[in-house]
Design a protein around this ligand. Sequence first.
Ligand SMILES: [Zn+2]
Ligand SMILES: [Zn+2]
Length: 272
Amino acid sequence: MFKWLLLLAGAYLFYRWLKGKKQIQAGRGEAHNPRPNKAPKAIEPEGMVQCQHCKVHLPKSEAKIFEERFYCSKEHLNAIDQQGWVGSAKWRPSPNQDVRPENISPDLVVIHHISLPPSEFRSTNSSQYIIDFFQNQLDSTAHPYFEEIAGQKVSSHFLITRTGELIQFVSTQNKAWHAGVSSFMGREKCNDFSIGIELEGDGETPFEEAQYQALNKLIPILEACYANLQFAGHSDIAPDRKTDPGMYFDWKKFQKETNVSLKNLPYGLTSR
Ligand SMILES: [Zn+2]
Ligand SMILES: [Zn+2]
């Protein structure tokens, strides 16, 4: 009889132990997988998002989505927001920037070309090298040329890849480091008052139609934000040092398609 009682007590203790263990596990499970309908629901009703541009709240199903950012309309997606970022560009912030002089907003756009390694822009990797370079993350062991340039601290506001993809590195409100020693119509230090656009290319190959199309989309976005922008090539403002965007940038086509006023192209439309 005593043995039976001992056995029963033993079984009961085992049962309690097992139950306790299960509760601990359940508790842990909850800690690792917090139910999503708890805290966030109080802040933002489920399925609602905020427009990056105007901050209006709207159902996620109605929002335009780009790189996990939300916009209430096509107009706000294709515009410069209050922080100086274009909604429809990929954002890859560069540390190579600083503030513009006080009360200066950009009135010049400088067109460049770049390719890394030089002229090797047909592989998908090449655009990523430019992004890495502007973000100070270029792997100097990936190509002999990279060893020479890996320490340079440069950037541009925008890059347009061979496929016409638009990438932004610096807010248009800030100064990107693209022009270097330069002079535009007697005004020096062009970085202070310009926006830099790099076209992926090498000066020996025509630019792609997709790149002109991306430019044609970007220029009105910039003009809507900054009145009376003028346009120049890097070689126009630093003729002793630079040749980009080069002979293959078609200024006539650019002017015709963007409808930029001729007076805002002070170096003319000839290839150079
Ligand atoms: Zn909006
Ligand atoms: Zn340049």
